[in-house]
Design a protein around this ligand. Structure first.
Ligand code: F0G
Length: 461
């Protein structure tokens, strides 16, 4: 099976273990899955994929969560918390405002550690156990480290995480810390952390559980199965398009693999495969650059910056798997500004869906492509939101309203609630957060004066 959408099922090679093997996406070399550790092809160093002799059909799936899909996974069960089975929310207001036929939000923030990474780790840590390794490691913008720490702890294994110093949201470091990972803060960005952890893995010091490890993507593939099953159950058809944030491009590759396997098994027609649409932040958009230029590979961006720290990545290692996914499903990729991301984060919050900034990129990307007419009004769309609001409390505070201090007195609280001034305060706070201008400073001064006046008035009573 090549990376073509229509590639037929393959016959089992001699190296396979119970119908499962590893195969290089470039040279086709095949490797036994659990005899030795392979992250990339030992012949040509390209990416590997997990391959199966029996592609799945929907009838093979039973149970709940990630392991419902074990017919499409290397094992029957794994180290589980459990994960998957996340909601596919309806968002009628957002759907009407964006003007698409239907819009659903697949909220992966509802996994045990608050991000989709748990799906990859339940499989990845099971493979680590099968291989008999004891020290697990990853580079991370935060969520992978939280998931690795939790699943490693659950599996009774040592965990080591390398994080870009000062660029990881508070909730994620807190998780890695409490679940007992050793946290190494590197004076560099995520891509440098991944370079180092790959070196450590090559020297046999650690078992690498970044999405470069093909088994991680097997777990993440189940996002695709869940979306298709639920959408079909609700509407009698599959979504036209899935819009998702892109960092290392693991999910894009994983969703594409889910669809290819269903096509190979005869469970899905090629024309039923949703269009994969990737969204990056403007300050970290090498995939978008590649897609805009119709290229098959990306150029690494050395300088990356975005408020959506989860996708602050300049060298998406899964691009060779993800770009065919975008091209062969008729998809595209788009870059959005941090401001557009924050707007989308607020809009999702208004629908009761709390996400971290990177997640909101999907909705921001949908808006941009809808406004450009690239996504049309007749489409049914699923946006993937990848991580929970509480992952990045600082970003949530910046996007949301501030607490209002009130006196310890019911009448004063009531007066404050009824007081139109509180609306003025919050408007001033929003303006002063949004800009650095002298106008904002002046408004800030006005707010201070007003608060002083109100305090005086309440003292008079
Ligand atoms: N959204 C969130 C919340 C993420 O944490 C990540 C990746 C992505 C999107 C991008 O997904 O890599 O599959 O394209 N986070 C990794 C980490 C890099 O270390 O937590 P992708």
């Amino acid at each position: 099976m090549s990376l073509a959408l229509s590639a037929p099922a393959q016959s089992e090679p001699a190296c396979a273990d119970d119908g499962v093997w590893l195969e290089c996406i470039e040279c086709g070399a095949q490797w036994a899955p659990f005899d030795e550790i392979h992250y990339t092809c030992a012949d040509c160093d390209s990416l590997l994929e997990v391959r199966y002799a029996d592609p799945p059909t929907f009838d093979d799936f039973e149970g709940r969560g990630v392991w419902r899909y074990n017919a499409a996974l290397p094992f029957e069960e794994g180290v589980t918390l459990p994960e998957g089975d996340t909601p596919l929310h309806e968002v009628p207001d957002l759907q009407a405002e964006l003007g698409v036929d239907s819009l659903r939000v697949k909220h992966e923030g509802m996994n045990p550690t608050g991000a989709f990474k748990d799906r990859g780790m339940t499989v990845g840590v099971a493979v680590a156990k099968e291989l008999g390794v004891d020290r697990l490691a990853c580079a991370s913008t935060g969520n992978t480290s939280a998931a690795l720490a939790a699943y490693g702890a659950r599996g009774g294994m040592e965990t080591l995480v390398l994080l870009p110093s000062g660029k990881v949201a508070a909730g994620k470091i807190a998780q890695a810390s409490l679940h007992g990972a050793r946290i190494l803060e590197v004076d560099g960005n995520f891509d440098s952390c991944l370079d180092i952890v790959q070196d450590l893995a090559a020297r046999g010091e650690v078992y690498l559980l970044n999405s470069l490890n093909p088994f991680r993507l097997e777990g993440q593939k189940t996002i695709g199965f869940e979306i298709l099953e639920k959408h079909y159950a609700d509407y009698g058809e599959y979504p036209d398009r899935i819009v998702l944030p892109v960092g290392n491009a693991g999910n894009t590759a994983a969703l594409y693999k889910a669809f290819r396997e269903l096509v190979a098994g005869g469970a899905l027609d090629e024309e039923q495969v949703p269009t994969l649409t990737g969204v990056q932040a403007e300050g970290a958009a090498p995939m978008v650059e590649a897609v805009e230029n119709g290229r098959d590979e990306i150029d690494r961006w050395d300088d990356v910056e975005t408020r959506a720290t989860a996708i602050r990545i300049g060298n998406p290692v899964n691009a060779p798997k993800a770009l065919p996914g975008i091209y062969n499903t008729g998809g595209t990729a788009v870059a959005v500004s941090d401001e557009q991301i924050t707007t989308a984060q607020r809009q999702l919050a208004e629908a009761g869906i709390g996400v971290e900034p990177a997640s909101a990129a999907s909705v921001a990307g949908l808006r941009k492509l809808r406004e450009a007419g690239e996504i049309t009004a007749d489409e049914s769309v699923v946006c993937l939101t990848t991580g929970h609001l509480l992952k990045d409390p600082d970003a949530a505070f910046e996007a949301g309203g501030d607490p209002e201090p009130v006196p310890n007195d019911t009448d004063a609280v009531l007066e404050h609630i009824d007081d139109g001034g509180s609306a003025l305060d919050s408007a001033i706070r929003t303006v002063s957060k949004a800009t650095d201008s002298s106008l904002a400073a002046a408004l800030g001064g006005l707010a201070a004066a007003y608060l002083g006046y109100r305090k005086l008035r309440s003292n008079e009573k």
